[in-house]
Design a protein around this ligand. Structure first.
Ligand SMILES: *Cc1c(COP(=O)(O)O)cnc(C)c1O
Ligand SMILES: [Zn+2]
Length: 392
């Protein structure tokens, strides 16, 4: 296929996130074997396409198709993901003395989390590349999303999940027709199991950042934040980080928009929030050589944050450094009390991961890392309804 004759997408190629070696976007790739690092999608932005390339009649993340890697519209597998609302948390702002608190609410996505964005993209590309069988290790939400999009695409799906994950995350996979395999341990143990099952490479592995396109789906959050705020950006973005695709993706979107001249404002400081039970980013910020040996990972009620050894660690640290951001870890008790407080104050039953961003904001305000007059945008990455049994 000759990409240059396809006006539908400006995607050019994949490249190694470390050494920039190029890989094809029309062949099946997983990660950059040159450096054992994630691949990223490169676009032809030199032509500086105007904002009018956006498809404003499309009220999903696919309005940004020109800046996404699917080359042919007919391959899109969509359940209506993206274009989620940004709430103004006026009551909480008043109560705690902030000028402007915003929350982008990803609980509106299909299957109740922002995983839908990444998986819609991955499965659309999988369809474009002729893939028929997928497997994913997951902490919960990615499994449900993969099962749903595979059902829609007619792709066979296997999900490997920690056995202690709340029942609803397991039930949705089975209802969407996926094969579900349970493992005692965390997502890294599930990843081991998934590669055992896949030792003959019959499945395509959709693991975070070992698949090049989920990040492009998550990237659309960055485009939406800019468009919804009239091409201005907040001073600070607080993101609950697990594998880090959202953090890396949002930052990639900001840099692409800068390059195209769509935004001229300063870029936000990016804050990565973790659980005290599993905070590899904090350890890596302190000691990039030895972080993997510096903690014993534990499960957390915010199961999306229980990713002890993220494959994209270098890329996350790069975003924190370039943006002038930092990382902070929140206790289990604070995460649960955060969910309850936001439900009562704002009428939003958000995920524990989302609630962790609120507790992070309070602590960073106290440490004077965030000022009361700064515009802060928190990401609620999922619906609290899936976690209700664990919120006691
Ligand atoms: C997966 C997940 C996260 C972490 O997302 P990454 O892209 O892996 O950093 C945060 N919140 C929820 C609800 C999730 O499902
Ligand atoms: Zn490389």
């Amino acid at each position: 296929m000759n990409i240059s004759t396809q006006p539908y997408s400006l995607a050019k190629n994949l490249s190694c996130s470390n050494c920039k070696q190029e890989y094809s976007i029309t062949e099946i790739n997983s990660y950059a074997t040159c450096c054992n690092k994630p691949l990223v999608v490169d676009y032809d932005l030199l032509s500086a396409p105007p904002k009018s390339v956006l498809d404003l009649t499309e009220h999903t993340m696919w309005r940004y198709s020109v800046l996404l890697p699917v080359l042919s519209k007919q391959n899109i597998v969509s359940l209506g993901e993206g274009m989620t609302p940004i709430h103004h948390l006026n009551k909480m702002a008043r109560e705690y003395g902030f000028d402007k608190l915003l929350m982008k609410d990803e609980s509106f996505n299909p299957t109740g989390s922002f995983k839908a964005r990444g998986i819609s993209m991955a499965i659309s590309k999988a369809k474009e590349l002729g893939i028929t069988k997928c497997i994913v290790p997951t902490a919960g939400n990615a499994g449900g999303a993969l099962a749903a999009y595979c059902a829609k695409a007619g792709i066979k799906c296997t999900v490997v999940m920690p056995s202690q994950t709340p029942a609803v995350f397991k039930q949705e996979c089975e209802l969407y027709g996926a094969d579900l395999i349970l493992v005692d341990g965390l997502i890294n143990d599930c990843a081991k199991k998934a590669s055992e099952i896949n030792n003959n490479n019959k499945y395509f592995d959709i693991s975070t950042l070992k698949e090049p396109y989920r990040i492009e789906g998550k990237k659309t959050m960055g485009y939406e934040i800019a468009e919804q705020l009239n091409w201005q950006l907040p001073d600070v973005i607080i993101y609950p980080a697990g594998g880090g695709t959202g953090l890396i993706g949002i930052w990639k979107a900001f840099k692409e928009m800068k390059e195209m001249g769509w935004i001229t404002c300063p870029l936000p400081r990016m804050i990565a929030v973790q659980s005290k039970n599993c905070a590899p980013i904090l350890h890596a910020l302190n000691d990039i050589e030895n972080w993997k040996t510096m903690f014993t990972p534990m499960a957390t009620v915010a199961n999306g944050l229980a990713v002890p050894y993220p494959f994209g660690m270098d890329m996350m640290l790069q975003v924190l450094k370039e943006s002038g951001g930092t990382s902070i870890a929140i206790s289990e008790a604070d995460i649960v009390s955060g969910v309850k407080e936001i439900s009562k104050m704002e009428g939003l039953l958000i995920s524990p991961e989302g609630a962790a961003t609120w507790k992070a904001l309070l602590q960073l305000r106290q440490q004077k890392i965030i000022a009361a007059n700064e515009t802060v945008l928190m990401l609620n990455t999922g619906s609290g309804y899936k976690y209700i049994d664990n919120l006691n």
